[in-house]
Every structure is written in C-alpha cells, then in structure tokens.
Write a protein that binds this ligand. Structure first.
Ligand code: BG6
Length: 473
C-alpha cells in the first residue's frame, strides 16, 4: 500500500528500549537474592556466566542517566522474581524491594515511564526444583508474585507486561535454558502444553488482579510475534504457514485477548493425545482477562513449506527464531529474499510492517514493540567510540516500516528495541551485542565495565527528539 503522506507517530509515543533482569543486572546472589534457573544452568561452551552481566544492579543510576540523555520516554526492564522472593514464595527480600523502588524512582526522576515485565525467563531455582511451570501450583506462585509487585510498585508503575515470549518458552525452552521436563515423561508434547496452559492461566489471573488492584494501570502480554510466510504459492504451503502461524503466534494472542484456544492448535494437540488438562475455573479466568494493549517482540519472519509425512514428529530448532519442523505440519524453509545478521538471523523490515498489520487486524488493540534489534560484534576504538552503522541501518529500516504501519491505520503506542545497553545474550554470550550503550567487558574478562555511547546512541537520540521524523545519519 502506497502512502503519499505518512501519518506521524502519536505525540505521546513511548520511545525507549528494553533489557531483562537476568541478562543485565548481575549481582546474581547479592543482597539476599536467591538463584534463578538461569544462575544454575550450564551456560553454552565459550559463553559468559550470568553472574555479573552489565552490572546494572550497581550502576543503574549511570545507566538511567544515559537513557535520559537519549530522551527515553520509557524503559522496559524485568523484575527478578528470586531477588524479591528468594525461594519463589514465602519470605520477601527487603533489599530486592529496595532495589526496584530505587530503579523505578530513578526512571521517574527523568520522566521515564517504567514498563515492567513480570517474568522474563528466570524462574526461581527453588521453584524449578518443585517442577516449575509443570507444577499446577505455579499458577498460584505467579499470582502471589504479581500481587507483591502490584502492592509495592503499583503506585508508580502504570505499564505492566506479563510473561516475556511465552511462545518461545514453549517452542524453544531448551535453547534459552528454561524448559523442565520431568524424568521419565512419556508424552513430552503434552507436558510442554500443560506447562503452557499453566502460564496462560497465570497470565490471565495476573491481568485480572492488576485491573482489580490498579484500576489506572495497563497490562498486556509480550510474546514474540512474527508472521510466517508460505515458501511458494502452492496451496499446501499456505496451509503449512497457517499451521505454523497458529502454533507460533495466534495461540498466544487468541488466548490473551479472547480467552480461547486456537482451533488449529487444539486439533493438533488432540491428534497427539496432548490436550492440556483444565482445572475448574480455568476457562472462566481466561475469559475474564482482558489486556489493555499487546506488547510483542519482533526480530524476523519465518518461512515454511508443506511437510507430507503422515505422522506428527517435532524436531527442535537450533535457535529461538527458527521454525524447526513438525512433520505432517510444516518444514522450515530458508527465505532466499532475505539477508541475515552476523549471527544468522534473517532481516525483514517489511515483514515487521506485515506483522503489525496482521496483529492489528486480528485483535484491534494498541500495540507496543517490546523488542526488536540487531545482535552484532561491536568494536570499541582507542578513542572510546563504537561505530555501528549496521545497527543504525537495521533500526532505521524497522522504524520506517513501523511508520508505514501507522500510516496503514495500525495503533502503535511505543517502540522499545533490544537492548538499551549491552547485556548477555540468551545463549550466544556477551560478544553478541545489541545495545545503544557499549559495556566495556568481554566474554570472560570483566575489564572496567565502563559505559560508552555508540554511534547508534546519538542517532536514536535524534530519532526520539524528532518523534521519529528524522531517521538520517
Ligand atoms: C528475545 C528475548 O528472545 O530475544 C531476549 O526476549 C533475548 O531475552 C533476545 O536476549 C535476543 O536473543 P539472543 O538469543 O540474541 O539473546
């Protein structure tokens, strides 16, 4: 669709950027914090442990000041569950409450709206031992944690996100070190989707609780949504794309917004004896929950072709963005029309616009992009500069696509690329950098941990100052 005149971004558009607690904070066992599943996992060979990360726990004042200098309207960060509740339930750690109070107050000091993710891949290790999301009690654990958050921070936090990338947790848990499959489990698919069901119910209850406790706050989900393309115009490839779209994307948003299971996913699970078990009240909770907006992460699209094998068989994907395959449903297909990043992720700005259009036409809710960005190797020069034109180009193309989607009539309320500052990747270490702010450390050498402004820092500052009008160098 061509637009002779582009619509502007809304005047109160929330420009900012994102991080997550276990990837940025460090201080992983300090001041009473209990370990999370990320602290006890074996990290992939050649990558850093998650004990220090970017050390934001000790340097948050400096980091927020830099974000303020860029002109951030919002900062999306997550709360570490085990920093607040070292055992996941029970005794509260006052130092944890103090830390997030300080972080929130520091943001507000500069007029930066905190956008708080309640859960970002870091189940308390104590709850992992009790079965994690596989334990039905996880619903109550999460609601209890949500209540603690609303009670302590709800007077100042207006925007909440429930669970980061629940779809990736479900589809690629082992890649990010989160999936717990009990020993001897004979129906892994059923176990995975039972865990997923518990998260759905937990999310629904947390949204309802938020609306009861904080009538002025807004809350939404934060899955990773990206449109799936058919590899060709063969009708069976379109059906394969529908299959994967349902499994990867729509299941999560249909549930969050309409409180019902997607019919294609339901049929697939039924066929595999993997339907989740409902407890009394689950259906009602899911129906009663209504998000105020949709947060979503977008990195790239997927492309699939038909798979004609006559038995369903899952193969795991090698990273969280690739489709993998389910025999009988779809096969991943490398899209020849797209280039890839240094880390092999496809780049598809037009797919970003397509994705936004599709989400809006299905759900008609305001949207905020909670992640989008380029993981790359960056180099700090002798004179303290980081020249990252590749990141600027990636972001420019995606912001342009988002502006076009706004001109298409989609209701966008904000944009938070990944990441505000360099941090540790889910499974590819410190060397895969995303930030506007460079952190002086390597994979294993902590160096000074000093902060440096990358070229993209100055560029994004201008983008924000002009409300997205000036994307030039
Ligand atoms: C998303 C996650 O999957 O992508 C982030 O929400 C993650 O936690 C980001 O860091 C980029 O992925 P990666 O694997 O490059 O760190």
């Amino acid at each position: 669709m061509l637009h002779k005149k582009l619509a502007p971004f809304p005047k109160d558009f929330l420009w900012g950027a994102s991080t997550s607690a276990y990837q940025v904070e460090g201080a992983h066992l300090e001041d009473g914090k209990g370990p999370s599943c990320q602290d006890v996992k074996t990290v992939p060979a050649g990558t850093s442990e998650l004990d220090v990360c970017a050390d934001q726990y000790h340097r948050y004042k400096e980091d927020i000041a830099l974000m303020a200098e860029m002109g951030f309207k919002t900062y999306r960060f997550s709360v570490s569950w085990s920093r607040l509740l070292p055992e996941g339930t029970g005794k509260v750690n006052p130092k944890g409450i103090e830390y997030y109070n300080n972080l929130i107050d520091e943001c507000l000091k500069y007029g930066i709206e905190p956008l708080v993710t309640m859960f970002h891949f870091d189940m308390p290790a104590a709850l992992d031992k009790r079965g994690s999301w596989g334990n039905r009690e996880s619903v109550d654990w999460f609601v209890n944690f949500a209540k603690l958050l609303f009670e302590n921070f709800g007077d100042r936090v207006k925007y909440w996100l429930t669970i980061n990338e629940q779809n990736i947790l479900t589809l690629a848990g082992p890649v990010i070190g989160t999936l717990m499959i009990p020993e001897g489990c004979t129906n892994v698919l059923k176990e995975i989707y039972q865990q997923n069901h518990h998260m759905m119910v937990a999310q629904a209850k947390a949204m309802e609780l938020c609306h009861q406790m904080l009538p002025h706050a807004k809350i939404g989900p934060a899955p990773n949504i990206s449109l799936v393309y058919p590899a060709s115009c063969k009708p069976e490839d379109t059906m394969a794309a529908q299959n994967f779209n349902a499994i990867r994307n729509w299941l999560y948003l249909d549930m969050a917004v309409y409180g019902r299971y997607n019919n294609l996913v339901w049929s697939y699970l039924k066929e595999n004896d993997a339907l989740p078990e409902f407890m009394p009240g689950d259906e009602e909770s899911m129906k009663n929950a209504h998000p105020d907006f949709i947060g979503f992460n977008y990195y790239n699209t997927s492309t699939v072709k038909a798979n004609h094998e006559d038995e369903y068989k899952r193969s795991s994907s090698e990273d969280q963005q690739s489709a993998g395959k389910v025999a009988g449903l779809y096969d991943s297909f490398r899209n020849p029309n797209l280039t890839v990043t240094e880390f092999g992720w496809e780049i598809d700005p037009l797919g970003f616009r397509n994705t936004i259009r599709e989400i809006y036409s299905r759900y008609h809710l305001p949207m905020i992009v909670t992640e989008n960005g380029l993981g790359a190797y960056d180099t700090l020069t002798e004179d303290g500069k980081v020249h990252d034109p590749y990141r600027i180009e990636y972001l420019r193309q995606h912001i342009t696509a988002m502006r076009l989607a706004v001109s298409d009539g989609c209701d966008m309320m904000g944009y938070c690329p990944w990441s505000a500052i360099d941090l540790i990747s889910t499974h590819e270490g410190m060397r895969k950098r995303y930030g506007f702010i460079y952190v002086d450390r390597d994979e294993f050498d902590l160096k000074t941990l000093d902060r440096y402004r990358k070229d993209s820092f100055f560029w994004y500052k201008k983008v924000i100052a002009t409300n997205g009008e000036d994307l030039s160098d």
